[in-house]
Design a binder for this molecule. Structure first.
Ligand SMILES: [Zn+2]
Length: 883
């Protein structure tokens, strides 16, 4: 238990480290329960810190075995060692070498932070504060050192020994059954990027020649026998390496780049220098076991972790408050990679869906925090949608504001100025300001203020003056700790679409330019007058979602249908349909709450039919257009008095109406897109499958027995997981005998494959009917389930709490009680995963009063539970804090 972490850590209290570490020599003797770690640190006083600093090293549950200074054992009165701290009150005020020996038990490490075992594989996870669970160290990102790691193990126990950097030596230890390997990483790095792996692993291998002609060895390590599922990840890695050279001029630096897939991992993946460690879910793929979405995730995550080599590793964060510096920028980079590799509009739509579903929701609730938080009690709770996804949106806004060239100049300056250093958000923004002479002072508010800006635009046309005026206001609601807000700088990309469907030239009447089709909002309210506008145009606003805002306008239903048909910006064509759908669904939820009948919207369905009939559109785009706002989207739009059953009913009615009205076209679409050659995960093929499966799902939603039969047949005959999974997911929404038959068959087919069985758990956890909670309770006792494996927990419990809106939010509160029980059972074992589950309560205040009271009761029950982890306590207390 890290008791010192109960004290909040504040950005304002930042002090430079008293001591710097020049080199770290680690000697790790692997053993399942008693791994011996000898760390030799070359320390020197930091000239930037106050003089005569004592030396305090961080620890977490450590057992000190020995300590020596310049080779001489330290007397017991010269230091104090506790499990979470090692202090030397009066160290010599000069460079010296400290040797510390600790003993750690990887098998007992169920938190999966530090050195632990995933199956039989030894591996590490050090971000954010896991290195201190291996050895005593100034475990903060602004202490960057050069690491040399010697690993020793029984050959039978761990034939493969890996660490960061380049392999410099390896061999058998004469006269024993043991062997060793020495890895050296020449690039200074913070401790959170340290990694070590030992185990029995197979691998695939390839090479990459960098833009300057250096040959780099690429290796992906997996459990033996799964090598044939690593091919796509290798392909993604090579494409990512090439793309980063072409798009940003960034070249790889070591002789070898390795990825290791492990079966037990708290997160998605980790960018350790030269040795990325991945959740195997994001490496392993075959057509029979992975869906198109899995393939796309692997592509994006392999790229993301690789891109960190420059944005995160070579330039790291000064402190954990700056987490968005590496994550926001790297998410932006992986989004751009995917947009270039696949479809830019479809990628943007998918990212905005995720942003709204997670970040907007976070921003609207008690866990709202700035992209750069100013205080934390547990940093692991800040790996959030806000830091990652809103962080990426801020970088994207910079690119919109400065233009492609200005943005690139700023980023080049950042790489040049800060390579090898630990930087801050201010350092980052200063590079763009210096490179372009832009005043980015007010722009910094995006990092400091939580909450989603609400922008209202009133559009008016004056035919006599031939002007079109946009009257714009912006508002930011209070969030925890931030009652008053300042206006933010909002780049609003827009077009005025003329009656012929074409964009009019944008001429601002005051002579200002709307460069690249963007006006920049800076004030609480302001107006933009466009001249030479003869006929009434339809304004297309926030094109490509140029700013992460909530936008309301006075556009009419006719205007939105016009944009859906004619907007030159594909994102806004999709958005127009979403807005129409959202208006209908929120109206119908309110109608149900008032006991009034629901309305229909023939115009919306006609517009969807027109999109379906437009042959030039990408199938993946059409699939997005036909996907109505999710239950969570509707709940977020409502914002209060949320009744998940009413939302479900409204959404079910709309989907049935679409399936009914467009039945013939959907059947034709399904027929046209069925068949084809052997499975390929490429974006175009995936897009065709996604449209085909959306068509099937809508047909089934309209209640036709023929569609159920079609889904059952597709389930049986599918030659790939995408089609098989889509079919069983469609069946899962209907209480028909075919559903249970498919669920049972799925288990029999894939019982030997835990990653596929995760899909089986998630599918059943998401069924929107009253029996589901009982089913989830039973599945939690299934032999294939384990609370000890984060992927299993997320697939069953996480899917239930985060995707099953009606059943998690059961009116009787049983869903909340189940989640609270699970969190309490998991907390002592794995607090990071437990606290992540707990965030499912983040929107509890928006619920209607009955559910709100039941959710609050469960939060209060968890809050008073004995020996809660800091992780869970932090989430619960922030969730309950007065609004
Ligand atoms: Zn990352």
């Amino acid at each position: 238990m890290r008791t010192d972490q109960d004290q909040p850590v504040r950005l304002a209290d930042y002090q430079p480290p008293g001591w710097l570490v020049e080199t770290v020599h680690l000697d790790v003797v692997l053993d399942a329960t008693a791994t011996r770690v000898r760390a030799r640190l070359k320390l020197r006083p930091n000239p930037a810190a106050p003089a005569a600093a004592p030396l305090t090293l961080d620890g977490d549950a450590l057992a000190l075995q020995s300590i020596a200074l310049d080779g001489t054992a330290l007397p017991a009165d010269a230091y104090t060692a506790t499990p979470d701290k090692l202090s030397i009150a009066q160290p010599p005020q000069r460079s010296f070498e400290l040797t510390v020996e600790t003993l750690v038990d990887p098998t007992a490490n169920t938190q999966l932070s530090g050195l632990y075992r995933a199956g039989d594989t030894y591996c590490t996870q050090c971000e954010a504060e896991g290195f201190r669970r291996i050895t005593y160290f100034p475990d903060r990102p602004d202490v960057m050192a050069v690491y040399t790691t010697r690993i020793e193990a029984e050959k039978a126990d761990a034939p493969v020994l890996l660490a960061n950097g380049n392999l410099v030596e390896s061999g058998d230890i004469a006269g024993t059954t043991r062997h060793f390997a020495v890895w050296q990483d020449p690039f200074p790095k913070p401790s959170y990027l340290f990694a070590l792996v030992g185990g029995t692993l197979g691998h695939v291998e390839d090479t990459f020649v960098t833009m300057s002609g250096r040959r780099v060895m690429l290796r992906i390590y997996v459990e033996p026998g799964k090598e044939d599922r690593a091919g796509f990840a290798m392909d993604a890695l090579k494409r990512a390496m090439r793309w980063d050279e072409q798009a940003f001029g960034r070249e790889y630096d070591l002789d070898i780049f390795m990825i290791v897939a492990v079966s037990a991992f708290n997160m998605g993946a980790m960018e350790n220098k030269g040795l990325n460690v991945f959740n195997d879910k994001y490496v392993l793929a075959s057509p029979q076991t992975a869906t198109d979405i899995d393939y796309a995730s692997i592509d994006g995550i392999i790229a993301h972790e690789y891109f960190h080599n420059w944005t995160g590793n070579r330039i790291t964060c000064r402190d954990w408050f700056q987490l968005c510096l590496k994550e926001g920028l790297t998410v932006f980079r992986d989004q751009e990679y995917t947009a270039d590799q696949r479809s830019r509009p479809v990628k943007r739509i998918a990212d905005v869906r995720i942003l709204r579903a997670h970040q907007f929701v976070e921003d609207a609730g008690p866990l709202a925090h700035p992209v750069r938080p100013e205080v934390y009690r547990e940093i692991n709770n800040f790996y959030t949608a806000t830091v990652y996804d809103k962080g990426a949106e801020i970088v994207r806004m910079l690119a919109v504001l400065l233009g492609t060239d200005g943005f690139r100049r700023g980023l080049d300056l950042y790489f040049q100025r800060h390579d090898g250093h630990a930087a801050t958000v201010e350092d980052f923004i200063a590079c763009f300001a210096d490179a372009t002479k832009a005043d980015l002072g007010p722009f910094m508010r995006w990092y400091r203020q939580a909450g989603t800006p609400e922008v209202a635009v009133t559009i008016s046309h004056d035919p006599k003056a031939r002007t079109c005026t946009l009257d714009v206001t912006q508002m930011l609601r209070p969030t925890p700790g931030q009652p008053d807000k300042e206006p933010v700088v909002i780049p609003l990309a827009l077009g005025l679409v003329g009656p012929d469907g074409r964009d009019l030239p944008l001429r601002l009447a005051d002579g200002r330019a709307a460069e690249r089709g963007v006006v920049t909002l800076t004030r609480p309210s302001e107006s933009f007058v466009f001249s030479d506008v003869a006929a009434r145009p339809v304004a297309s606003l926030n094109r490509a979602f140029s700013a992460p805002i909530k936008l309301t306008t006075n556009l009419t239903g006719d205007d939105l249908r016009f944009l859906a048909a004619h907007d030159g910006d594909p994102f806004n064509r999709w958005q127009a349909l979403q807005t129409l759908g959202s208006m209908l669904l929120t109206d119908n939820v309110r109608a149900q709450r008032a006991g009034a009948p629901m309305r229909t919207d023939a115009g919306l369905i006609e517009a969807l039919g027109a999109i379906l009939a437009e042959p030039a559109l990408e199938p993946a785009f059409v699939a997005q257009a036909l996907t109505v706002p999710s239950e969570a989207d509707v709940a977020r739009e409502l914002g209060q008095d949320v009744d998940p059953d009413a939302i479900f009913a409204a959404r079910t009615a709309l989907r049935a109406a679409i399936g009914d009205a467009l039945g013939a076209a959907l059947r034709e679409t399904y027929r046209r897109l069925s068949g084809g050659g052997p499975y390929s995960p490429d974006a175009a093929s995936a897009g065709r499958r996604s449209l085909k499966n959306v068509a099937l799902d809508l047909l089934a939603a309209s209640g036709g027995a023929a569609a159920i039969a079609l889904a059952a047949q597709q389930y049986q005959t599918a030659d790939n997981m995408t089609d098989r999974m889509a079919a069983v997911a469609t069946l899962s929404l209907h209480p028909v005998p075919e559903r249970q038959a498919a669920i049972d068959d799925f288990y029999r087919r894939f019982e030997a494959d835990p990653l596929v069985i995760d899909k089986w758990f998630a599918l059943q956890a998401a069924i929107p009917e009253a029996a589901t909670l009982g089913r989830v309770r039973e599945l939690a006792q299934h032999t294939a389930f384990s609370l000890g494996n984060p992927n299993r927990v997320r697939s069953l419990i996480g899917a239930f709490a985060q995707t099953n809106q009606t059943q998690f939010n059961r009116a009787d509160g049983a869903g909340y009680a189940f989640l609270a029980d699970t969190v309490l059972a998991l907390d002592s074992r794995n607090p990071q995963v437990a606290s992540r589950l707990m965030t499912a309560f983040r929107s509890w205040r928006a619920l209607e009063s009955g559910r709100r009271a039941k959710a609050e009761a469960e939060l209060r029950r968890v809050a008073v539970a004995p020996s809660l982890s800091t992780d869970v306590r932090d989430i619960v207390e922030r969730s309950l804090a007065p609004a």
